[in-house]
Design a protein around this ligand. Structure first.
Ligand code: SF4
Length: 384
């Protein structure tokens, strides 16, 4: 394996801990990197012995425009002088990195061959943060200057300057800075070097100003032993202050050799429940106070869809008169379904479960949370 191949293999593997797509699926990129002779046939499982079949993992993600895209996700520098207790990059002693020019050339060959169509670029911090941010921005600028017009996501490093964040936002489609934990105390327990307020929250406010509505963040769920109640407070604060377009949830995995090697893993379902709860906050107008009802006494969600948990604790709503806000809180009814119900019932009231099909709603899921009938039924329900 050539040096470039080794670097790409290591740096893409190290980049997998940064989440940039929920439920992202990691696949292996078959590519003859030594000659950069690669082709779509290679992806289709070519038998050509000159094409090596395992070099770099990429992630398969859902494009906004439909279908699956291939995004290379990697670190520019694979060593780090920081001390995040959950992170394997800090264990790497031998310097492994791509100078911006070398990486830009490498990526452009993969992109021009049609093997990847997007790039998520982050980095360890082996030296001064400013130098590493300059490398990330320079890489983005080189790519753009050489004709790359695909998706580019650049990670903003903790402690980055305002000027570097501005430059990253100018060159990238999306930028992000990871919270990792829910509060200064929680972060202090797993990452002593980063200052939560100064290095992360202050920079995140700049990120939000530079890329309003197009920045993201990530939480490592369970690494710092935070409760779901703490995550909920953290998210409420995020959506009030900086409005990230997405929050990604990474279930903590104990990695050998790290200080948290004996810490219990976070079950995958906990991160999945957080994606569901976050969706309710972002898209359904559910408030953090409402969601708190679904927490147990110790401040944790159970392994149950939070929308179902909320609906189970409420009285059924009359599908013929409930406002959109209440319809949206019914399992099985999303924003489009709620709008269809509002439209259909203007023509004719719903009379029973089978009738819900008119609005494209499956009565099997939503039915147990709904009542039917006219205004007199609503009055009767109110009196009860
Ligand atoms: S800053 Fe922390 S999480 Fe990021 S690469 Fe360095 S040790 Fe890992």
């Amino acid at each position: 394996m050539s040096v470039a191949e080794q670097k790409l293999t290591y740096l893409t593997a190290a980049g997998r801990f940064d989440i940039c797509s929920p439920g992202e699926c990691i696949r292996l990129l078959p590519v003859a990197l030594d000659t950069f002779r690669a082709s779509q046939e290679a992806l289709a499982g070519s038998q050509d012995p000159n094409v090596r079949t395992v070099i770099a993992p990429y992630i398969s993600y859902n494009r906004r425009t439909g279908g699956c895209g291939r995004m290379l996700k990697m670190l520019l520098h694979g060593t780090c002088s920081y001390d995040c207790a959950y992170c394997p990059v800090r264990l790497q002693r031998e310097p492994v990195s791509f100078p911006p020019g070398e990486f830009a050339d490498t990526f452009l060959r993969l992109w021009r061959d049609g093997l990847v169509e997007g790039l998520f670029l982050s980095s360890g911090i082996p030296r001064d943060v400013d130098c590493v941010m300059h490398d990330l921005v320079e890489t983005g600028e080189l790519l753009r200057r050489q004709g790359y017009d695909g998706y580019l996501h650049l990670k903003v490093l903790p402690g980055a300057t305002r000027a570097d964040i501005h430059d990253a936002a100018r060159v990238a489609d999306r930028i992000s800075i990871n919270l990792e934990a829910t509060s200064p105390d929680r972060l202090g327990g797993i990452a002593g070097v980063k200052d939560y307020r100064q290095d992360i929250l202050k920079r995140q406010a700049w990120v939000a100003e530079e890329k309003p509505g197009s920045h993201t963040t990530q939480l490592v769920v369970g690494a710092a032993d935070e409760t779901d109640a703490e995550i909920l407070s953290c998210l409420a604060d995020q959506y009030r202050r900086v409005r990230p377009s997405r929050v990604y949830f990474s279930a903590f995995r104990a990695l050998p050799g790290t200080p948290l090697a004996s810490h219990p893993d976070t079950p995958a379902w906990r991160a999945r429940r957080w994606y569901q709860a976050d969706y309710l906050l972002r898209e359904y107008g559910v408030t953090a106070d409402e969601l708190r009802v679904a927490l147990d006494e110790e401040g944790f969600f159970s392994n149950c869809d939070p929308k179902v948990a909320l609906a189970d604790g409420r009285r059924p709503v009359n599908v013929n008169f409930a406002p959109r806000r209440d319809l949206l809180r019914i399992p099985g009814i999303g924003p489009k379904g709620a709008d269809r119900i509002l439209s259909c019932r203007r023509e004719r009231l719903f009379t029973g479960l089978a009738d819900l099909g008119r609005a494209g709603i499956k009565g099997r899921v939503a039915g147990r949370y709904l009542t039917f009938g006219g205004r007199e039924t609503v009055q009767a329900e109110l009196v009860l």
